[in-house]
Design a protein around this ligand. Structure first.
Ligand SMILES: Cc1cc2nc3c(=O)[nH]c(=O)nc-3n(C[C@H](O)[C@H](O)[C@H](O)COP(=O)(O)OP(=O)(O)OC[C@H]3O[C@@H](n4cnc5c(N)ncnc54)[C@H](O)[C@@H]3O)c2cc1C
Length: 420
């Protein structure tokens, strides 16, 4: 199937798209997590018996900033917005993640497998002159081994990005075959029953793992293993222990679809951010032009300013200048592609007003932190002044979240929109 876009004529948008594509999130998840820790309650009926008590408990947790009960849930959003919004968005270490010493299985085009720690992958991509050495073809060419979630057969997918996710508490899962996974509790792990959060797994459960690639410390590489081998089918491996494992810097990978997973110490895990790739597909000419309601003029000094509507002339020049330069940039992009220049090189001429899309997965606690910073709200105790376009994304995300977790959302507002 060709990946050349049918439409190469630039089009312009002033809005953003935010769809909730997948979720396991409700107020009951918060209550369950909180009550298990205090009363050992495990039944969902218990939670619905006394709605006022439930509301009160959520409010108490929010007010006193007991944050972890708000982490046992998950929402995946599809977001389409200009690239400059994603530059801001990616600063939020909202995702689930794994420890820096986690070995990621890279796969070359020929099918050879190589292990490299996720911290090394981050350093290669983001720090210093070593970027020039970035994942050479001999060690996978920037591709991971991932798995078709339907057939469980191994596939190869490009890494879109490696993200440093901040210092977070970890758990360590150990399996009967000697694999270990050190991740946050909310990291999604593939099991024989589908995706489950690491923190929900217990001794006796199983995770899906690479059949012949045990923990890299024991067998770092399986030379010559290729897609067609029997060994390329993921198999269950039973869990023998789950323990807390301290706090340290964590990382996540963003992997190109359709299978957004990778092998972490030989165990199949999901990733949390996925942006569309400008290396592997031709970028569509959809560009951002502010709508009439977008205030165009900044007044006041840095740190104390406001935005006001522009004049008709300012609106006219904004629209014209943006559209003209977008059209010119996209023509240059097309000319380079037509001359045989690689997409990953040609895309350098495209502006940050180009629309991109991504999947972002988060839990309510990290979403609240994001909303506290990226929306303006009359109930906010700590006012923030986000750029309007990321605020538009935040507002749409909040609408979806408020429907899923109305008590949590109400408590967030009541307590000044500060993440617990
Ligand atoms: C209005 C506005 C203007 C901004 N302007 C700029 C700018 O001019 N330049 C610029 O570079 N950035 C700018 N930023 C980005 C900003 O500095 C943050 O990087 C971004 O908002 C993410 O915030 P965070 O780190 O608190 O959130 P998250 O990454 O979502 O983290 C959530 C929370 O987890 C904890 N945490 C996460 N990682 C760590 C860690 N490694 N160590 C300790 N605690 C951790 C912290 O408590 C943190 O607040 C701006 C942001 C806003 C909202």
């Amino acid at each position: 199937m060709s990946d050349t876009p049918a439409e190469t004529k630039p089009s312009f948008r002033s809005d953003v798209t935010v769809e909730l594509v997948k979720h396991a999130a409700g107020d009951s998840d918060v209550l369950w997590a909180a009550r298990v820790s205090t009363a050992g309650e495990q039944s969902l009926e218990e939670l619905s018996k006394d709605p006022e008590r439930s509301k009160g408990l959520i409010n108490f947790l929010m007010r006193d900033r007991h944050g972890s009960p708000f982490e046992h849930n998950s929402m995946t959003f599809f977001i389409s917005a200009p690239i400059f919004v994603f530059r801001e968005f990616m600063r939020h270490r909202v995702g689930w993640c794994v420890a820096g010493d986690t070995e990621i299985t890279l796969q070359s085009e020929a099918g050879d497998l190589h292990g490299r720690t996720i911290a090394d992958l981050y350093r290669l991509r983001h720090l210093g002159p070593a970027t020039r050495l970035r994942e050479p073809e001999s060690v996978g060419g920037g591709h991971v081994r991932c798995y078709d979630e339907d057939t469980l057969t191994a596939q190869r997918a490009p890494i879109v990005d490696v993200i440093e996710s901040g210092v977070k508490p970890l758990i360590r899962i150990t399996t009967a075959e000697g694999r270990t996974l050190r991740s946050t509790v909310d990291h999604a792990v593939l099991t024989p029953d589908g995706w489950r959060k690491a923190g929900e797994l217990a001794v006796g459960d199983a995770v899906m793992a690479a059949a012949t690639a045990p923990h890299p410390a024991q067998a770092p590489v399986v030379p010559g293993l290729s897609r067609g081998d029997d060994a390329s089918v993921a198999r269950p491996d039973s869990i023998v222990s789950v323990v807390d494992d301290g706090e340290e810097m964590t990382y996540d990978l963003s992997v190109e679809g359709p299978w957004h997973n990778f092998l972490a110490n030989g165990i199949v895990v999901h990733n949390s951010y996925n942006e569309e790739s400008g290396r592997y597909r031709e970028l569509l000419p959809v560009f951002y032009v502010p709508g009439e309601e977008r205030k165009l003029v900044q007044q006041g000094r840095p740190g104390k300013y406001e935005f006001v509507s522009g004049s008709a002339a300012q609106q006219e020049i904004t629209q014209r200048a943006m559209e003209d330069s977008y059209i010119q940039a996209y023509e240059a992009y097309q000319q380079m592609l037509a001359a045989g220049v690689a997409r990953e090189v040609a895309r350098a001429v495209l502006p940050v007003g180009l629309f991109s899309s991504m999947y972002a997965t988060c839990n309510a606690r990290s979403l609240m932190h994001f909303l506290g910073l990226r929306t303006q709200h009359e109930q906010a105790k700590v006012p923030s002044f986000p750029q309007r376009e990321i605020e538009m994304v935040g507002e749409r995300m909040e609408e979806h979240w408020a429907k899923l977790m109305p008590l949590t959302h109400a408590a967030f507002n009541t307590n000044g929109r500060v993440a617990p």
